[in-house]
Ligand binder design. Structure first.
Ligand SMILES: C[S@@+](CC[C@H](N)C(=O)[O-])C[C@H]1O[C@@H](n2cnc3c(N)ncnc32)[C@H](O)[C@@H]1O
Length: 240
């Protein structure tokens, strides 16, 4: 646990320096440029961002691999999968599963290298995809780690619908996010992160479990549940 917490601190420091880098010549909300195109236009920034996300997400993905019941599923697609970290951690714990880790083309080679180095290339495919332009790969479980909070409501709804379309009946859509408590009183980190997203990107925001489940019901999901993970982060799960 100490390792996770100190990793978390280091990652937050890296993220703070990344935020500083982004704020200098590239105030995204002012340039109107697509956020990730701007972020990935320099390889050192791409690397910094991938490192920071890996440090922040490791503990959550490990806990998710331990707590979520994968027994009745075969195929998982992690959308916005970055380095393939979620797929690798879940793959080690659940040997019956196959994975697609889908992200922008700039990221695919990094994911392929990490997956090969972990000896998991036979179970995890890194796929290039633009989740606003392409349909999501069909899978029994669609995961999105810290994806929805990057976007405004219209884009969030696009992704929720795309997940619904890619799942079979009984399939699960899982978001791993700083889910804010429904009364918006307790998850201070989630509330501050939401403010940060709004300041940085103009219209992005974090959200409550009730918000997320409302969007999911709107597109047709039926059953829902919250699984607490590490610190302020939870998995919100909606079943088709
Ligand atoms: C905040 S990071 C989250 C990474 C990882 N899921 C995690 O939780 O650690 C957002 C990810 O979404 C990816 N992404 C952004 N826009 C995308 C798009 N249009 N299509 C596919 N992936 C995209 C980014 O490349 C990045 O890896």
């Amino acid at each position: 646990m100490r390792t996770i917490v100190s990793g978390w601190d280091e990652s937050l420091e890296r993220l703070e320096s990344l935020t500083f880098v982004l704020q200098q010549p590239y105030e995204i909300k002012h340039t109107g440029a697509p956020m990730f195109a701007e972020l990935y236009s320099k390889p050192d920034r791409l690397e910094l961002f991938m490192d920071a996300m890996s440090g922040i997400s490791a503990g959550n993905f490990q806990t998710f691999a331990e707590k979520f019941d994968f027994s009745r599923y075969h195929k998982v697609c992690d959308v916005g999968g970055a380095t393939g970290q979620l797929s690798m951690l879940v793959a080690r714990k659940h040997p019956h599963l196959q994975f697609i880790s889908a992200d922008l083309p700039e990221v695919t080679q990094i994911a392929e290298q990490k997956i090969a180095a972990a000896g998991l290339a036979d179970r995890i495919t890194a796929k290039s995809l633009d989740f606003f332009a392409d349909p999501l790969p069909k899978a029994d479980v669609i995961t999105m780690g810290m994806i929805l909070h990057d976007w405004n409501l219209e884009k969030k709804m696009h992704l929720v619908r795309a997940a619904y379309d890619a799942l079979p009946p009984g399939g699960a859509f899982v978001v791993i996010e700083n889910l804010i408590d429904d009364a918006r009183r307790e998850n201070e980190f989630g509330l501050m992160m939401s403010l940060n997203m709004l300041i940085e990107f103009g219209d992005a925001f974090d959200f409550t479990a009730a918000d997320f489940f409302g969007w999911c019901r709107e597109v047709g999901f039926t059953k829902t549940e919250v699984i607490p993970l590490a610190g302020p982060v939870s998995a919100g799960v909606a079943y088709k």
